[in-house]
Design a protein around this ligand. Structure first.
Ligand SMILES: C[S@@+](CC[C@H](N)C(=O)[O-])C[C@H]1O[C@@H](n2cnc3c(N)ncnc32)[C@H](O)[C@@H]1O
Length: 276
């Protein structure tokens, strides 16, 4: 599918885990252990990093031993965090082959390979069986998906009856045309932002019951502004998500924050349930 190969091409590059492990050694010392905490500064690949993943844990409330699906798992930071902190088994599915390879290398480096399984595949045809997961989450992925209902239908299929899905997503705001490039897309050709009302309607249309649905833009704005000001003043820090995507991320992150500050995008947090 043309969109998917363009999206994977946008994110992927060779040698991601090698770059990350070399940068960690340089910063922390050659003998420093590779832990989820040490990686957290760079392996949660979304605007608010580890803080957003911790909020997702609070929202999803996984119980030890449960099977959790991460849709669009990136290089696996959130999946490793859930596995290490909540005692769950996580299956991550991601489109970008180089991200999956990096995730697997970092799973091994952190000793979590037996609790985090990575599959290279599409959210629109999840390589998992029906009703297999107690809970699922997807963090900053849906804006790359044109067929929103196809995405929600697949998540619905993968969850057991009564299972819940937590979503962190970006929606279209009312502030006018979005400025590109942003971390998830070079141009509007692979960015599919919809108004938040449409997101809620699509979730209901495939059968989910909405437990909570919240526009978090105002809550996160002050920290986003501080982060943008720091990036403009100081540039990229030695350890950060630019080790995944390169220095072009500086402009992308600044644009992303400006889009939020100008009301062009809105951040949405949702918890929905497959009826039991
Ligand atoms: C901004 S990154 C977020 C990664 C991860 N969720 C995180 O929070 O660290 C977006 C991810 O979505 C993945 N993605 C985009 N479209 C996808 C699709 N159709 N199926 C599976 N993964 C997809 C990309 O490969 C990328 O890893």
């Amino acid at each position: 599918m043309a969109i998917e190969s363009d999206v994977a091409g946008h994110y992927g590059s060779a040698g991601i885990a090698e770059r990350i492990l070399a940068a960690l050694k340089a910063a922390n010392g050659a003998d420093a252990p590779i832990t989820v905490e040490a990686l957290a500064v760079l392996d949660h690949f979304h605007g608010r990093g580890i803080v957003a993943t911790q909020e997702l844990v609070e929202l999803l409330k996984p119980r030890p031993g449960e099977h959790i699906l991460d849709i669009g798992s990136g290089i696996g930071g959130p999946a490793r965090w859930f596995a290490a902190k909540c005692g769950v088994h996580v299956t991550g599915v991601d489109l970008t082959a180089e991200f999956c390879a990096a995730a697997e290398a970092l799973n091994r480096a952190t000793g979590l390979a037996d609790r985090v399984t990575i599959k290279n595949g599409s959210a629109l045809a999840l390589p998992v069986t029906d009703n297999a997961f107690d809970r699922a989450y997807s963090q900053n992925v849906i804006m790359n998906i044109s067929d929103k209902r196809g995405f929600y239908r697949e998540a619905f299929r993968a969850l057991r009856p009564g299972g819940v899905l937590a979503l962190s997503n970006l929606c279209l705001g009312k502030g006018g045309a979005v400025v590109y490039p942003v971390p998830w897309a070079e141009t509007a050709a692979t960015s599919f932002l919809v108004p938040q009302e449409e997101m809620a309607a699509d979730l209901r249309a495939v059968g989910f019951a909405i437990i909570s649905f919240r526009d978090t833009s105002a809550d996160i704005m002050p920290a986003q502004m501080r982060n943008r000001e720091r990036l403009e003043r100081e540039g990229l820090a030695p350890l950060g998500t630019h080790l995944i995507m390169g220095e072009r991320l500086l402009e992308m992150q600044i644009n992303s924050s400006c889009n939020l500050e100008d009301g062009k995008v809105a951040t949405i947090e949702a918890l929905v349930q497959k009826p039991g």
